[in-house]
Design a binder for this molecule. Structure first.
Ligand code: PGA
Length: 249
């Protein structure tokens, strides 16, 4: 039985004092959750967030990382640095990073290998554009991104990867994939993993849905057979809304 992982992605929002207030309030509201609750916060909030989640069931994630351990990479943060400050999860290859910061399938693959090697739990994002959906190539695009992200990994490493299926046209737009379409896309990703790494491995991989998840649609999405929770952007900035998503059942 796969566990549901419900992760907030704060993107470039929340000052440290806001993060602390949010976490203290959220901790109380989700303390009985059986789901894995994660907040992926900006780098500048990590230290305070890790401190304030001690003794709670909230885990802290980052939103990006570099694949090298250290060196002359001005402005970058390594997996080792994240690990040392208490981060457990890291988002890799979010569509905003692919779109605005030249993230490619190749860099996603490098970052993923690095994250696994230091024991961070990666959340790898895949998803099609509206144009690709209209062309009828959604499944090809998302299974292709998945294949390239996982390239060179052993099945026991693949099992540790979380994949977030996030149709780009649904991110921040208020448009959500129908629960059937989202579940079908997730199922196709799982099928591709089964082809390459075996059915047992595929059955263990957590695959989330992301894109305009809110309290009003979380239950119908998360109750689908293959959807193992969600990656939540805008709705993770409001403590009431996010806790209602976590407590959807
Ligand atoms: P959204 O963002 O929930 O605001 O659509 C999701 C994401 O980008 O992970």
């Amino acid at each position: 039985m796969r566990r549901k992982v419900i992760a907030g992605n704060w993107k470039m929002n929340m000052l440290p004092n806001e993060a602390i207030e949010f976490i203290q309030s959220l901790a109380e509201k989700v303390k009985h959750s059986e789901h894995e609750v994660v907040l992926c916060v900006p780098y500048t909030d990590i230290f305070y967030s890790v401190l304030n989640t001690q003794g709670t069931n909230i885990k802290i994630g980052a939103q990006n990382m570099h694949w090298e351990e250290k060196g002359a990479y001005t402005g970058e943060v390594s997996a080792e640095m994240l690990k040392a400050v208490g981060v457990e999860y890291v988002i890799i290859g979010h569509s905003e990073r692919r779109q605005y910061f030249a993230e490619t399938d190749e860099t996603v693959n490098k970052k993923l290998k690095k994250a696994l090697s230091v024991g961070l739990k990666p959340i790898v994002c895949v998803g099609e554009t509206l144009e690709q959906r209209e062309q009828g190539i959604t499944i090809q695009v998302i299974t292709g991104q998945t294949e390239k992200a996982l390239d060179g990994l052993e099945p026991e490493q693949v099992e540790k990867v979380i994949i977030a299926y996030e149709p780009i046209w649904a991110i921040g737009t208020g448009k959500t994939a129908t629960k059937e379409d989202a579940n079908d896309a997730v199922r196709q990703i799982r099928k591709k993993i089964a082809e390459k790494y075996g059915q047992n491995t595929a059955n263990g991989v957590i695959i989330q849905y992301g894109g305009s998840v809110k309290a009003a649609n979380a239950k119908e999405l998360f109750e689908m057979s293959d959807i193992d929770g969600g990656l939540v952007g805008g709705a993770s900035l409001k403590v009431e809304e996010f806790s209602n998503i976590v407590n959807y059942n």
